[in-house]
Design a protein around this ligand. Structure first.
Ligand code: SAM
Length: 400
């Protein structure tokens, strides 16, 4: 639709009364086609007021955008107030994210991350649109990350209580795009808690993206580095200012989960939050040692058929991880972190060290019984091997 001079004059008249107090940004969108729309975002002077030059610039940009087909225009005045104008009609609609509207967005529940308080984070991780709305497509994701933040909260609260006055030190291993790091950082920021959070991943692209995102959000205490889990410890200690209080590993691939758990256990991290990913190690071992596996499996068919063997190997892997955490002094609880309709990898392992202030004593780890059980089952999990190696490395200094 081509706009006339009359349309443009109406657009100016609709926008002008809302500009003197300033605005955060203006969002110019094309109408939606097949569920998609194009969007241009122009940052504004902020909500502290605007001078005539900024106002003239915005009005000119709005006109140009409208002439290019970006009819739907939203002025985001601040976290709660929006003005929407459709250049084809020129009527301004003022919307405010009042409590009732916020509650509707939150699915009728009070959530850890509110759309009005965590707008920056929700936009940075692609859940909230530039105009402050959360589309139906993203509403589910929004609820998932809020839920994840709620599941992490008791652990963070407990650690903050244990060391009042010192920043909480969090190490995110195999952080990828680091959404968990950002969500944790945001929930701590909302509570006014001091923290340092360091994420490591072997992929340079995800690390530099996370650094840019952290800088754009202005979150202090967040840092990221390219490193393997095995090499993470040294530079993490410098970034965190000491050993981690909390080690997190969300969907770290296959045995990277075990490397993360081994690092946390051997350094005596007071708490661990871990969501295992796909796992292949034990399925391969069970296939290779079918005779032993068939003898030890609850039903021989479980070891014999690939599909059943895969499911059994998953359960066995996680079961042995829980056993090993317990044997190394951790109290463990398991929760479903998102519904199984979203991902089959939805088990959150929450582990707290029973005596967090005690020195790490590998000689007290009760690994022998688990090793015997693994032998009978025909498996040798990475985590067990890592812990056995750490215990063996500690042994000479014990006898010296
Ligand atoms: C499925 S992604 C999960 C990322 C992120 N934690 C999340 O949940 O969105 C797995 C990540 O683990 C990283 N990774 C795998 N093995 C690793 C290792 N040994 N050390 C560091 N990062 C590793 C990969 O580069 C990838 O980014």
């Amino acid at each position: 639709m081509a706009l006339t001079k009359g349309h443009l004059a109406r657009l100016r008249r609709a926008l002008r009364p809302h500009l003197d107090g300033g605005w955060e940004r203006a969002v110019f969108s094309t109408p939606e086609r097949d569920g998609a729309r194009e969007e241009k975002v122009a940052e504004g002077p902020g909500s502290g007021g605007a001078d005539e030059a900024a106002i003239a610039g915005l009005l000119a940009a709005a006109e140009a955008a409208a002439q290019a087909g970006f009819f739907k225009q939203t002025l985001v005045l601040d976290a709660r107030r929006r003005v929407q104008v459709d250049a084809r009609h020129g009527r301004a609609l003022q919307r405010s994210l009042d409590e009732a509207t916020a509650l509707k967005v939150m699915g009728g529940k009070e959530r850890a991350l509110r759309p009005d308080l965590s707008e920056g984070l929700l936009r940075a991780i692609g859940i909230m649109n530039a105009d402050g709305t959360i589309s139906a497509r993203h509403a589910r994701k929004y609820k998932q990350i809020s839920h994840l933040s709620e599941l992490c909260r008791p652990t963070c609260d407990r650690l903050l209580r244990a060391e009042p006055g010192r920043p909480l030190r969090i190490l995110d291993l195999a952080c990828g795009n680091a959404y968990l790091s950002f969500v944790l950082a945001e929930s701590l920021r909302l509570r006014g808690a001091a923290f340092r959070l360091h994420g490591v991943d072997v992929r340079e692209d995800v690390v530099s993206r996370s650094r840019e995102r952290a800088a754009a959000l202005g979150i202090e205490g967040l840092s990221f580095a390219v490193a393997t889990i095995a090499a993470a410890e040294a530079e993490a200690a410098a970034a965190l200012g000491g050993p981690p209080d909390l080690v997190v590993a969300l969907h770290a691939c296959d045995t990277a989960t075990d490397e993360a758990l081994a690092l946390a256990i051997t350094r005596g991290a007071p708490a661990i939050l871990c969501v295992p990913c796909c796992q292949h190690e034990l399925a391969g071992q069970l296939a290779a040692s079918r005779a032993a596996a068939e003898r030890a499996a609850p039903l021989p068919a479980i070891a014999e058929h690939g599909l059943l063997r895969g499911g059994y190997a998953d359960l066995l892997t996680d079961g042995l991880r829980v056993d090993l955490l317990d044997a190394c002094g951790y109290a463990v609880d398991l929760v479903e972190f998102v519904g199984s309709e979203h991902t089959a990898k939805n088990l959150l392992i929450r582990a707290h060290r029973r005596h967090p202030a005690a020195a790490v004593s590998p000689e007290r780890w009760r690994l022998a019984a688990i090793a015997a059980r693994c032998e009978a089952l025909g498996v040798s999990p990475r985590l067990l091997r890592g812990l056995q190696a750490a215990a063996a490395a500690a042994a000479p200094s014990l006898s010296a």
